[in-house]
Every structure is written in structure tokens, then in C-alpha cells.
Design a protein around this ligand. Structure first.
Ligand SMILES: [Zn+2]
Length: 413
């Protein structure tokens, strides 16, 4: 895991530079109204035959690495190995959109952070690197709101949309390669890992819910209406999951799952399509008892428990104050590793389309002070969601590192 591809690194860098010249050009020249035309042209310009062949070869190598990673022991034992290599506790990354905006990206678009795949991939890679510098063991791709249907609505073809999905994974893999190369030259990481030169790092391909595609706030209500069936959801997600699973990611992060129906759809899809990489399920809650739709968290976690593809289950984008109780509930129905990556405690107002302070919201220090308590309750992967920053993740990393040298490593199998 966290395998490097030294041979392809140089080729990668050349391709990255070339792409960025084009993408930077579109960013500078392209006003919002010209955005589609220019970026579509830029994407077509990338498809010279030799480039396509190179990228195919690179993807092939990554697929082989991922297959090796999973080994003969199955998804769950490989993931247990990963956690052990992390010292028993793994650090997830933090908010992506928050950081992209801090670096100057304008995300006022239904595609949200996925818009940057078109306009400023270098910013996405920079944010991934910031989180790796902060100690993350898992970086989550910018594909949360990247859907083939969403890109097609922007005038891209199916093929171009799929290229962008793959690009989200490639950007994260590039960040990991750059970071690993940097670490190999420095001794800082050696100290952090008690003698290991490079700590394990996984790339998780983010899949947002159907509600995230609708961009109408229904990922925070879980209410899709009576017309949406499990089959509708499976068909909606099918191609995206296939493309992401074959793009070189180590696992798929199904995030902000708002209801039981979508969890069932994901579990069936993973099985039906024989997806070759594992997945995690992360639900969101606004009361600390149920997921946002009102479905029981235990019923939702039980779907994850019953899937051989799912290696971890937990909670994301939920205020820190609800996390402890939710971990306890999830533990009653599963032995799988539990992950938590709460938001900052602020609330998203779907009408205003912005985050607003809620009473009793935790500040950064409060957030991190809960990490020990979440781990005592049973969480083994901890990170942050919306409105958390590399500083949050650095503090979590320090807290977990201290924990992993003080506490017995949990039995994961
Ligand atoms: Zn979030």
C-alpha cells in the first residue's frame, strides 16, 4: 500500500506540467460564461494518442498494485494490515472545499469542489499535499460531487466526464507520489514512524450521495421522494463507481450517506459489479441517534457489516458532539473498523448555501479534545469533514500518534 511508481513519476510530472499549462490558461482566460467551451477544448487537446497510451499504461500498473495490495487475504485483512502499519489508528484528511476556497477557488456551482477538476487541478493537488504534510494516512479525492450526469449537464461528453473522474484519482495519486519522494529525502517521517521511511498512505475515491448531485440539500435530509427506488440509485451510481474503481484508487469512500436505501444500493452495486477495491460507508446524522433521513444508524451500519466489500463504517459531516453516541450505536452491530470525520460543528444552511454558526459549536481545540474519547469508544480512523483544515488534521495526527505509542494496538481480525 502507498506504493510508489518511481519509473512513471518522471513521465507523470511532464504530463502534469503540460496539463497545468492548459488548465491555467483556461483559468486565466476563461470567464465563467466561456468556461465550458474552453475546458472542453482543453480536454480534447489532451487526448493525443501517445498521451492516451501512457496514461493507459500508468493506470494498468496502478491496478496491478491495488490488486497486489488486496492480496489473497481479502479486503478486510488487508485493511487491518494497513491500520496496523499506521500504529493502530489512521488519520483521515480534512475539508477539501474549505481549503480550495482559502486558496482562491470559487466554488459557487452545483459541481462544488468537482469544478476545480476542470478549472484548477493544481489547487486540488496542493490541498492533498497540505493534508499529507499534516499527517494524513488517507487522502480523499475531489470527486464527491463529480458525476457523469453533472458534467454532461455542463456540456461535456460521457467520455470527457469519465476522464475527469479518473483525473480526480490521478491528482491524489500524484500528490502521494510527490509527498513520498519528498519524505524519502527527509528524516522527519522516519521519526514519525519509528524507523519506517514512508508511512502508509491510501487514496480514497469519494462518492457523494445522489442528494449531493441534486445539490438541493437533500444529502442533509435524506428525502429523495417516493419516485426514487433502490434500482434508480444503483443505476445513477453504477458507471461512476466502475470508473473510479479502475482509476488507481485504493478504496472507495461512500460519504455523507443520508438514508438506508442508498446504503443498500451501494452494497448491491459493489457485489453486482464485482468491484475490485474495498469501500467504506460513512453516514451523516443531525440528532446523534439516526442518520439524517430518520433511518436507524444501526440498520444502516448493519448493511455495511453484511458486505464483504466494506472494510470500515462510520460517520462523517456530523457535529462533533454527536459522534461518541453514534460510535457506541454502530459498535453494537459490527466488528469492522469504525471511522469518524465530523464537520466543525457549524450547520449547512441549504437555502443560504453557506455554513452558519450553531449554538454550542465546537472550536478547533474542542474538536481535537474529543479525539481520545472517540478512540476509547472504538474509532480507529479519525479525520475531519467540512470546515476542518490542515491544522485540525495536524492536531488529530499528534493526538493519535501519542495514542498509538501509549495504547495497545486493537485486535482487528
Ligand atoms: Zn462535510
Amino acid at each position: 500500500m502507498g506504493l510508489m511508481h518511481n519509473r512513471t513519476l518522471i513521465i507523470n510530472k511532464t504530463i502534469i506540467k503540460w496539463r497545468e499549462v492548459i488548465f491555467d490558461f483556461t483559468r486565466i482566460v476563461g470567464s465563467f460564461s466561456l468556461w465550458n467551451t474552453i475546458t472542453v477544448t482543453a480536454l480534447r487537446g489532451l487526448s493525443s494518442e501517445s498521451d492516451v497510451v501512457k496514461r493507459r499504461e500508468e493506470r494498468e500498473e496502478r491496478r496491478e498494485d491495488a490488486a497486489r495490495m488486496m492480496g489473497s487475504g481479502g479486503f478486510e485483512s488487508s485493511f487491518a494490515d494497513f491500520l496496523r502499519q499506521c500504529g493502530g489508528y489512521a488519520v483521515l484528511d480534512g475539508g477539501l472545499a474549505t481549503e480550495l476556497e482559502r486558496h482562491g477557488a470559487n466554488l459557487n456551482d452545483p459541481l462544488w469542489s468537482a469544478k476545480c477538476l476542470l478549472t484548477s487541478p493544481h489547487l486540488i493537488r496542493r490541498v492533498h499535499l497540505d493534508y499529507l504534510d499534516a499527517g494524513a494516512n488517507v487522502i480523499i479525492t475531489a470527486s464527491y460531487q463529480a458525476t457523469i450526469q453533472g458534467f454532461e449537464a455542463k456540456g461535456l461528453s460521457k467520455q470527457e466526464s469519465e476522464t475527469l473522474l479518473r483525473r480526480s484519482v490521478e491528482i491524489a495519486v500524484e500528490a502521494r507520489d510527490i509527498y513520498s519522494e519528498r519524505c524519502a529525502k527527509s528524516t522527519t517521517d522516519v521519526m514519525r514512524n519509528g524507523g519506517k521511511s514512508v508511512r502508509p498512505i491510501l487514496v480514497a475515491a469519494s462518492v457523494g450521495s445522489y442528494g449531493a448531485y441534486l445539490a438541493d440539500g437533500s444529502e442533509y435530509s435524506g428525502n429523495y421522494g417516493p419516485k426514487i427506488s433502490k434500482e434508480t440509485l444503483k443505476d445513477f451510481h453504477r458507471r461512476r463507481v466502475q470508473v473510479l474503481a479502475n482509476a488507481g484508487a485504493d478504496l472507495i469512500a461512500f460519504e455523507t450517506i443520508p438514508n438506508l436505501l442508498e446504503a443498500q444500493a451501494y452494497a448491491e452495486l459493489l457485489e453486482e459489479e464485482s468491484i475490485k477495491i474495498p469501500a467504506w460507508f460513512a453516514f451523516n446524522s443531525k440528532d446523534g441517534i439516526n442518520v439524517v433521513s430518520g433511518d436507524s444508524i444501526q440498520a444502516c451500519a448493519a448493511v455495511a457489516e453484511s458486505s464483504r466489500h466494506v472494510v470500515a463504517v462510520g460517520i462523517n459531516c456530523t457535529p462533533p458532539r454527536f459522534i461518541h453516541g453514534l460510535i457506541t450505536s454502530i459498535q453494537r452491530v459490527t466488528d469492522k473498523p469504525i471511522l469518524v470525520y465530523p464537520n466543525s460543528g457549524e450547520t449547512y444552511n441549504a437555502e443560504l448555501k453557506r455554513w452558519v454558526k450553531s449554538t454550542g459549536a465546537a472550536n478547533e481545540a474542542d474538536f481535537v479534545s474529543h479525539v481520545g474519547e472517540w478512540c476509547e469508544a472504538g474509532a480507529t480512523l479519525v479525520g475531519g469533514c467540512c470546515r476542518t483544515t490542515p491544522n485540525t488534521i495536524r492536531a488529530i495526527s499528534t493526538a493519535l500518534y501519542n495514542k498509538s505509542i501509549n495504547v495497545k494496538i486493537p485486535q482487528l481480525q
